[in-house]
Design a protein around this ligand. Structure first.
Ligand code: BG6
Length: 478
């Protein structure tokens, strides 16, 4: 054990929690909202866990005042939430829907009234279905103009009230599930379409940042990326190359473009060789290079181990969406790498390795490669929480998880990371896209099942009181 004196959390550190529109709001067609791709996809048989969907979710749309009051009671300093694009533009573009804008205005004002800093995510996976029908959403370059139009409407309306903005949430995870694992809409397996859709998303991210510079000069903006640090399964050089390739294809591919505007060289060479590189048009490179983020949003849940994979080896397969421990299959890219379990780490019931050191490694790698401030926009533990006979939820395992990850943040700060804040995932329990309501993350339990909203009562978990004390002591009392 090392007994190093750790740097304290800086003054003004943003202690926060996070959510996303589709996962909490409900009110799926309230006040002029159009359907999102998830409103449609979740109704198709077999797509989600027990057919769960966000029609009601935890009804935050109608209960936001109660939720904000709980945040204030906890002492939360920042709340990250996303705006639903089809609430603002039911058809994806054209005229803005005042009903949708007014809801977010009420929410932002309620947060500000309690001194809670709003952190707004512009896009957390719920694209307007109208754009999917019209041109295949992210598969068409047309989405770049429509996304910019949507972002401009929000910057104009809320730019004076909201200082922190996130462009895209986890472009890497969403597109991987949409185009490689056939788990998110449009649910296909096609590597070329994957890289092309990603290129459009990079352009959309860059256009949003460029518009932001014009419209919100004092604000801060960046993308949020889900970073799973790649470890080598052994010191065999073949495994180390596999882990380096995984790092390049699963992390640098996105972060390099966000931070520098350039695709990483070895991944690019491999894609050209395999006929999978995206089509790039004149002006794209300049736009990507120009749009520099102020910070990187990082979501961290787990690390992954990689080993060598033969040319005829395993490809993209599937992942655990049941909570049945040990049901995650091996995934890989033939000729590059494949996953293997980490014998040194415990896992959650969803087979996610519990690895606080992985967060420190993430922050160090990101800092040395990009030298940008980091905002942790998600980190947390999804588990089967139980409402006990005493009417409480004793989630000591979550406190344990969060405590150790916050210690890892302190180690990273000591190592030189400029960490702006930490948003735990999530504030209340919410809908997991593919795991239903049984996989819970919140500080606040919400009483509902997969298909029955019950009374949707809010119940403070043990972790609620623990995090309240952490915030009050600026992290001195973990
Ligand atoms: C991130 C997403 O991938 O992780 C969230 O940004 C998501 O929307 C969270 O809910 C946890 O993932 P899961 O699959 O456990 O719900």
């Amino acid at each position: 054990m090392h007994h190093r004196q750790l740097a304290p959390f800086p003054e003004g550190f943003l202690w926060g929690a996070a959510s996303a529109a589709y996962q909490i709001e409900g009110g799926w067609n309230a006040d002029g909202k159009g359907p999102s791709v998830w409103d449609v996809f979740s109704k198709q048989p077999g797509r989600t866990y027990q057919g769960s969907n966000g029609d009601v979710a935890v009804d935050h749309y109608h209960r936001y005042q109660e939720d904000v009051a709980l945040m204030a009671e906890m002492g939360l300093m920042a709340y990250r939430f996303s705006i639903s694009w089809p609430r603002i533009f039911p058809q994806g573009r054209g005229e803005a829907n005042e009903g949708g804008l007014a809801f977010y205005e009420r929410l932002i004002d309620a947060l500000l009234a309690h001194g809670i800093e709003p952190v707004v995510t512009l896009y957390h996976w719920d694209a307007p279905q109208a754009l999917m029908d019209e041109y295949g959403a992210w598969e068409s370059r047309r989405i770049v103009d429509d996304f910019e139009h949507y972002c401009r409407a929000l910057f104009t309306r809320f730019g004076a009230k909201v200082r922190y903005w996130i462009t895209l949430n986890e472009q890497n995870i969403d597109t991987t599930r949409s185009f490689l694992l056939a788990k998110h809409p449009p649910a296909v397996r096609d590597r070329q379409r994957f890289y092309q859709a990603n290129h459009h998303a990079f352009l959309a991210n860059a256009r949003a940042i460029r518009a932001f510079r014009q419209l919100v000069p004092g604000g801060k903006i960046g993308p949020t990326f889900c970073y799973c640090p790649a470890y080598a399964a052994s010191s065999r050089p073949q495994d180390v190359v596999a882990a380096e390739s995984a790092e390049e294809f699963t992390n640098h591919w996105w972060l390099d473009v966000y931070a520098t505007g350039r695709y990483p060289a070895s991944a690019w060479a491999w894609l050209v060789e395999h006929g999978q590189a995206p089509r790039i048009e004149g002006g794209d490179a300049e736009l990507l290079a120009e749009a520099k983020p102020d910070f990187l949003g990082i979501n961290y849940y787990y690390s992954q181990v990689f080993e060598d994979n033969a040319l005829d080896g395993v490809g993209e397969t599937d992942f655990n969406t049941s909570g049945q421990k040990g049901s995650t299959p091996v995934n890989g890219v033939p000729g590059l790498y494949k996953t293997t379990a980490n014998p040194h780490l415990p896992t959650s019931n969803w087979d996610w390795a519990i690895d606080p050191d992985g967060l420190r490694i993430t922050l160090r790698r990101v800092t040395s490669r990009y030298n940008l401030p980091v905002l942790i926009t998600e980190n947390g533990l999804g588990e089967f929480d139980q409402l006990s006979d005493d009417g409480k939820v004793h989630d000591g395992y979550r406190i344990d998880y969060l405590r150790h990850h916050l210690l890892a943040c302190q180690q990273a700060i000591s190592d030189g990371t400029k960490l702006m804040g930490y948003c735990a995932w999530s504030f209340t329990d919410l809908l997991s896209w593919l795991n239903g309501y049984q996989k819970r993350y919140g500080f606040v339990y919400v009483n509902r099942t997969e298909t029955d909203p019950l009374d949707l009562a809010r119940i403070r978990k043990d972790s609620f009181y623990w995090y309240r004390d952490v915030i009050a002591s600026n992290g001195r009392k973990l």
